[in-house]
Design a protein around this ligand. Sequence first.
Ligand code: GDP
Length: 306
Amino acid sequence: MVEDKNYDLCFISGGTGTPKLLRGYSVLNPYFSVVVNVAEDIWISGNKLCPDIDSVIYAIAGVIDDEKWWGVKGDTFVTHERLKELGFDEGLMIGDTDRATHIARSELLRKGYTLTQATRIVKNSFQVKAEILPACEEEVKTYVKTPEGWMHFQEFWVLRKGEPEVEDVEFRGVEKAVITEDAGRAMENSDAVVIGPSNPVTSILPILEVKGVRKLLKDRVVIAVSPIVKGKPVSGPAAKLMKAKGLEVSANGVAEFYSDFLDLIVVHSGDRCSYRHEETNILMKSREDEVRLAKFLLGVVEKLLR
Ligand code: GDP
């Protein structure tokens, strides 16, 4: 029984696809670590939003709004509505409980805590046992180049609904970013690193570009799960962004993108892939699907490490 053996897994995550897998994996084993993208973080109404960190915490804690895949299920929007009446349209719909996370984090940062420390306090308050680790402490900002010029990723995705064409993507500030000690240690001490089914360009690449990450990955067993199924992303703008980076929108394109350090990729049944791979149904439409894929992943880990 593969589930009986406790492997130390370190996941690399964005805010939608991988958190589904993490919710499934935490049913099998709540102790793991996750290195999370911070390049979509943004300050709004005085508070720092870390969309990917929060979605990972909320998903594992079982409180995520899984219709939208961000924010807290059943949240109220009293503060957001009142701010609008006061003339502050935040653009993003931020719920009251979700905002408490942002306020607590921002206060902790203002008091001198690191983002890693602030994240630990927040995730502990949700009784999350897994280690949730920002990839770096430095602020990194994702910008996309459109025919109208460069815009912040949140402007492109939330305000403009991902409509403009994308010509290029850049992560401003990443040249100064260094993997945190905690995230580096979690990767180093893991039996395997799992790059979850997240957007390879906006969620994974800004982590790969942080100093120290690629070197750590080269020394480890690395398994990826494709976010692309039958040549299309399950959700979100990955196709546009992969094309902007000159990548084929396919499981094979994802494997090629990670090929410097990848040992194996899990792809959807029937999807073509010329890299070492395993096939299964990688769609997570229910909690059962999430657990089933997590079990399959454990089987792959066991096979590779045997
Ligand atoms: P973001 O931070 O919100 O952009 O989220 P991520 O980067 O973590 O996740 C977005 C990616 O998740 C998209 O490219 C989707 O194709 C992928 N995704 C979403 N749901 C699923 C699923 O059920 N299975 C797989 N394999 N990928 C998924």
